[in-house]
Design a protein around this ligand. Sequence first.
Ligand SMILES: O=c1ccn([C@@H]2O[C@H](COP(=O)(O)OP(=O)(O)O[C@H]3O[C@H](CO)[C@@H](O)[C@H](O)[C@H]3O)[C@@H](O)[C@H]2O)c(=O)[nH]1
Ligand SMILES: [Mn+2]
Length: 563
Amino acid sequence: MRGKSSGTEIPPLNTTEPIRRTALNRVFAVVYTCAIFALLYHRVETLTIRSRNPLVLVVSFCLLLSDVILALMWATTQAFRMRPIHRREFPGNLQKVVRPREFPALDVFICTADPYKEPPLSVVNTALSVMAYDYPTEKLSVYVSDDGGSALTFFAFMEAAKFAAHWLPFCRKFNLMERNPRAYFSSSSSTSTHACCSEIKMMYESMKVKVEHVVESGKVGDENITGDREREAFSKWTDDFTRHEHPTVIQVLLETSKDRDITGHFMPNLVYVSREKSKTSPHRFKAGALNVLLRVSAIMTNAPMVLTLDCDMSSNDPQTPLRVLCYISDPATRPNLSFVQFPQRFRGLSKNDIYASEFKRLFLINFLGMDGLKGPNHVGTGAFFCRRSLFGSPSTLISPEIPQLHPNHVVDKDKPIHESPAMLSLAHHVAGCNYENQTKWGSKMGIRYGSLVEDYYTGYLLHCEGWRSIFCNPDRPAFYGDAPTTLVDLLNQHKRWAIGLLEVAFSRYCPITFGIRTMGLMGLAYAHYSFWPIWSIPIMVYAFLPQLALASGISIFPKVCHH
Ligand SMILES: O=c1ccn([C@@H]2O[C@H](COP(=O)(O)OP(=O)(O)O[C@H]3O[C@H](CO)[C@@H](O)[C@H](O)[C@H]3O)[C@@H](O)[C@H]2O)c(=O)[nH]1
Ligand SMILES: [Mn+2]
């Protein structure tokens, strides 16, 4: 095949291939630039020379402004067109290069924030889909952050931990591709072959009924609690426990060193975390939640690889971590690698989706272009991070306040979490709402604060620091998520994004100035996003102005006789 292999080893783990016809694109860009200048010249001319009528002046000014914005946005898109590349990875070759024993450990972070907007059963399905990854189980830990601080979500996970003991061996035995139980049972493959399928389906249904019943009734009744351990866990939810004001809750639901599935095989770690909340301290939304998980996981497992997932985004391919290893274990792609980003794909979008919720340009097309520069931006979910990259630039490591949080700190595996009260109490301490005061968390370390789109902002600052990222887009989508389904949800989401992006555009790290100065074309690509909300200006102008101008007899296009 064309393209160069990026490893010295034989066989290759991944290849990179520039997309053809990029040269044509560049020629086109030059021609188009000339056309844009001609248009702007015409607008300025109309504004300064031709008109004395104030109405014409206003119209011409609006058009000039719109065209300048459109020209700016077009110029920024050129960053995506200059060096697009395609990558492929070969997980089949991995075992010839690295032994499974040497695979790095993986911590998965799943964020949820509200049991009514994000049904606990869906969150549980997401968690089960990654717990069933084709990856050495003893190296896998799943951390769930519950910003809703909800006993309902916790109950769902308690049930999920029991169900997992059956589900994981079932996936392994039949080598399922679809390891999200809900997706599996609603697909046709579940109805056919496997004899024990109906048994496991019944277990799933019974878990589903229990969880949904508890969510509907709004509380976990006594009848749902079995045993003292569970009672003790729920005792944290006292009467003055609210989602905005409560102590930290950390519960280790499954532990590799002691829990086994029904076939006697290891289980991955499963840890429920609801960080401390107080009305008087800022909670920083998802960025705050992720930083807490970074610290809690550092104390318990400190895996060098971290996957961040939104609760609605579940795994669709159990081999995904192996694809990531194809980049992380390759000496050619490993240096300065901060994260491997998978595109966001959505389940169940109709072909006629009028809201364009697929975001093809955002998640697929532009990513190819950025991958040829310093790599795709981070989109909050479906990204495998190297933990080290969240602690300072490639050349200067920033040491956290306590040694246990250091990315190189080795956790004592001989001492299981349940036998180590010191470890648990330290984990509670670092999940406290005042823990970050006077530290570098959110400014130089971890996920960065300062924008509502923490994912975009963090990825941007990492690239500025000198890290790079990689776009991985296998044929079988690695993750599937849910897109907003109502217009109100969609508008709210876009409003949030617009505010967050403008926060970056008008910060001192503005991509047009700081970004382009530090990383050239890549800064231009980031500018395209941070200024994305100003598209609304030309769209409004062109939606209304031509009609108004026509109605008042003003001509907005040049007459042929003028030239
Ligand atoms: O205080 C909060 C608020 C949100 N979340 C979680 O953050 C995720 C994303 O929130 P959502 O409301 O679904 O936002 P979207 O706009 O759909 O998400 C996109 O945009 C976000 C902001 O840029 C990114 O964080 C997401 O990864 C990206 O999918 C969800 O899992 C939430 O549970 C929290 O953990 N704590
Ligand atoms: Mn979402």
